[in-house]
Design a protein around this ligand. Structure first.
Ligand code: SF4
Ligand code: SF4
Length: 67
């Protein structure tokens, strides 16, 4: 099963990965990080296909996908 790692302190909360995940596995957190942004988090680990769209689309390279 694929594993996703998101760096919450690097994330600027732009939401691109949320839009691009076709499985709805990622959502915006309600907690601010040190940058003053709302970072994203994984909500649906089981639905993740490991497609890596989220990692590819992230402009700040916050997401790593382990297949
Ligand atoms: S690897 Fe694909 S399915 Fe998994 S969280 Fe990223 S975009 Fe969604
Ligand atoms: S695309 Fe990257 S910077 Fe934007 S919300 Fe997702 S993890 Fe954060």
């Amino acid at each position: 099963m694929p594993k996703i790692k998101i760096d919450p302190e690097k994330c600027k909360g732009c939401g691109l990965c949320v839009l691009y995940c076709q499985k709805g596995c990622i959502k915006q957190s309600k907690l601010l990080n040190k940058k003053g942004a709302y970072p994203v988090e994984i909500i649906e680990k089981d639905g993740c296909t490991g497609c890596s769209f989220c990692a590819i689309i992230c402009p700040d390279l916050c997401i790593t996908v382990y297949k």
